[in-house]
Design a protein around this ligand. Sequence first.
Ligand code: PBG
Length: 353
Amino acid sequence: MKAMKHFLETGTTRDANHKLLARPRRLRLTPTLRRMVRETELSAADFIYPLFVTHGQNVRHEIGSMPGVFQLSVDQLAREAEEIARLEIPSVLLFGIPQSKDPVGLENFAEDGIMQQSIRTIKQAAPDLVVITDVCLCEYTDHGHCGILNTGEHHHPHLPEGYVLNDPTLDVLGMVAVSHARAGADIIAPSGMMDGMVGAIRTALDAAGFEHLPVLSYAVKYASGFYGPFREAAQGAPKFGDRQSHQMDPANAREALREAAIDVAEGADMLMVKPALSYLDIIHRLHEQHPELPLAAYNVSGEYAMVKAAAANGWLDERRAAMEILLSIKRAGADLIISYHAKDAARWLQEGR
Ligand code: PBG
């Protein structure tokens, strides 16, 4: 740091004889040197791959806005799970698309619901694969919202019509979590941004004898425009309104620290920031604030779709761009990355060996 001091004092990086004092390029001269000083490295073990499961037989329906990502029927899952395990990706995040929807989302906690069938099938085909289940109401409710709405018999006169009622929703989330646990889920991941959801799920799991199951909280989930393609994939778009009364305002960072601290206090075992790319600062801050917990980041559907669209036009190199994005998320402080690029990235890493 002699050079830096010299620079600050004299405004030059050269000494009296006009020789450069610092040459960072020395360490970039050869591939081996560059590998020696590399600070961050991706591995297949960092990834979690999302899966969308739908009713029916032999369904492999590609999502228009997410090339390479499919809605699969349960009979397709064994092969998919084996492939993921072969790629040394340790975990999948499951989303279910139900047969029919209603105001509460009954299939969400039905013993033979789409998620429950999927969990059992995957655990049978690839027992070591860690099955994480997304716990929310939006894919299951006919209105597409993440909870019980303020309407009809539940109507609260001081809250807006259509407002997502917090505490009645918690009861349902607890039931869904226990139902997933009974089917064999390894980690429960509530994504609805309800106040108290981690505590409610922890209590429900413990009461049902699942003290051993971890909760991965979508602690910091923003009301983001980058979920667009997902809502096509999981068919969970709200029929009216938006999610701004529970998901976070993209303008806020300090509030993210508060959300995370609350979830830690309620017993979260892991935290998540979502989306990833526009929120690398938040990932970094949570990593600093809660170094004791593993931190996940969700590289969401819109982030994937942007890369795919640009690559399809020949405007950027998909492999380079995707790997750079994943690396940046890890460098920011994420321990785990949920990504639709996970299988490609695992393959690219294998090729690079
Ligand atoms: C809600 C949920 C959403 C995503 C994951 N879980 C959608 C939403 O909040 O509207 C988005 C994931 C993505 O965009 O890839 N169950």
